[in-house]
Write a protein that binds this ligand. Structure first.
Ligand SMILES: Nc1ncnc2c1ncn2[C@@H]1O[C@H](COP(=O)(O)OP(=O)(O)OP(=O)(O)O)[C@@H](O)[C@H]1O
Length: 287
C-alpha cells in the first residue's frame, strides 16, 4: 500500500533547480535507500518530506492528505539528520524523556538496550558527547520514537565500523519487531544495500532509478572478456559502463540477460549496487 506520495515536486535555491519534477511513492513498511552523489538533493527531499522547508512547487501527501500545515501527518514522521537539535546541557536520559513528552509511547526498553549495546552513558550531557556518540544518541531516539515513517539522513556519519554494524543490526531488529517505513540516505552503498527493499537513485535533480533491490540486482551484470567478444555479446543489451584492463574489457550491463555464452569467451558476474550507481551517474559524461 502506498502511504507517502510526492507529486510534481520542484525545489529551486538561488536559481539552482535542485529537484526537478519529482514524482515518487513510498510503500508502507518498507526500507528505502535514497541514494545519489554529493549535492544531488537527498537532504533537500527529506527536509521537504518533513516540512522543514517548503517546496517551490508541487506537494507531498500521506494517505491522500497534503502534509502542508498538517500536524497529524507531520507527527507521523521523524527525521534524523546532522543538525543537533538538542540543547547541549540536556542529558541523554532527559532527551529520551523529552521525546516521550513530544511523541508519547517512546520505547524506553529498547532505548536502554541500545544504549547498553552502544555503550552510551545516559547521564552524559549531549554537548559532552563525541560526534559519533551524538549520532548514536540520535539513532536511538529515531528507533524508539513511535512514528510510521523514519527518515535517516546519513545516519552513520562519524560512526566507526563496529558502531555501524551495531546500527545495521539495530535497524533489522527494530524493523522486524515493528515493521514501518524507513528512508535512509547513505554513501556507504554496499554496506547499506543488504538492508534495503527499494532503491531510489537521484542524479541531476531527477530520479533515474526507482525499483526493488531484488529486480535491480537481477538486472545488474559485469561481463568480462576480450573486447570483441564482450562487444559482440552485449550488442543488443543496455550497456551502462565500460572498463578496459590490458587486453580484457568489462562492460557493465543493466538488462535481462540469458546465460548463453557458449560461443563467447566471456565471464558473467553480478555487478554490485555501488558499481551500478557509479555507472548510472556517469552516463553521457564520457563524451
Ligand atoms: N537552504 C538552502 N539554501 C540554498 N541552497 C541549498 C539549501 N539547501 C540545499 N541547498 C543546495 O541544494 C543542493 C542539494 O543539497 P542537498 O544537501 O540536498 O544534497 P545531498 O544530496 O543531501 O548532498 P550530500 O550527499 O552531499 O549530503 C546543493 O547544491 C546545496 O548547496
Amino acid at each position: 500500500m502506498t502511504e507517502i506520495k510526492i507529486n510534481d515536486l520542484n525545489q529551486v535555491f538561488n536559481h539552482q533547480n535542485v529537484l526537478k519534477n519529482i514524482n515518487l511513492e513510498f510503500k508502507n513498511k518498507a526500507i528505502y535507500g535514497l541514494l545519489g552523489n554529493n549535492g544531488v538533493g537527498k537532504s533537500t527531499l527529506m527536509n521537504l518530506m518533513t516540512e522543514r522547508i517548503l517546496p517551490t512547487s508541487g506537494y507531498i501527501s500521506i494517505n491522500g492528505h497534503n502534509i502542508h500545515n498538517n500536524d497529524v501527518a507531520l507527527q507521523q514522521m521523524y527525521l534524523l539528520n546532522e543538525d543537533d537539535m538538542y540543547s547541549p546541557s540536556l542529558k541523554v536520559r532527559q532527551i529520551f524523556n523529552l521525546t516521550n513528552e513530544i511523541y508519547g509511547n517512546f520505547n524506553f526498553k529498547f532505548a536502554k538496550l541500545l544504549s547498553k549495546k552502544f555503550d552510551l552513558n545516559l547521564s552524559l550531557k549531549f554537548g559532552k558527547l563525541s560526534t559519533g556518540y551524538r549520532t548514536i544518541c540520535k539513532i536511538i531516539v529515531a528507533f524508539c520514537v513511535p512514528v510510521k515513517y523514519v527518515l535517516l539522513d546519513e545516519p552513520t556519519l562519524g560512526l566507526d565500523a563496529n558502531h555501524r554494524n551495531l546500527f545495521y543490526e539495530a535497524l533489522i531488529n527494530t524493523y522486524s519487531h515493528n515493521p514501518r517505513t524507513f528512508i535512509i540516505s547513505s554513501h556507504l552503498i554496499n554496506e547499506i544495500s543488504k538492508l534495503l527493499n527499494y532503491v531510489i537513485f537521484i542524479n541531476n535533480g531527477k530520479i533515474i532509478l526507482n525499483n526493488s533491490i531484488e529486480i535491480i540486482m537481477k538486472n545488474s551484470f559485469a561481463i568480462t572478456g576480450s573486447k570483441d567478444d564482450v562487444k559482440q555479446y552485449t550488442r543488443n543489451l543496455n550497456v551502462i559502463g565500460k572498463r578496459n584492463l590490458g587486453k580484457l574489457s568489462t562492460f557493465y550491463v543493466y538488462d535481462h540477460i540469458n546465460n548463453q555464452t557458449k560461443s563467447f569467451n566471456i565471464k558473467i558476474e553480478k555487478m554490485n549496487l555501488q558499481r551500478l550507481l557509479i555507472c548510472l551517474s556517469n552516463i553521457g559524461k564520457e563524451g
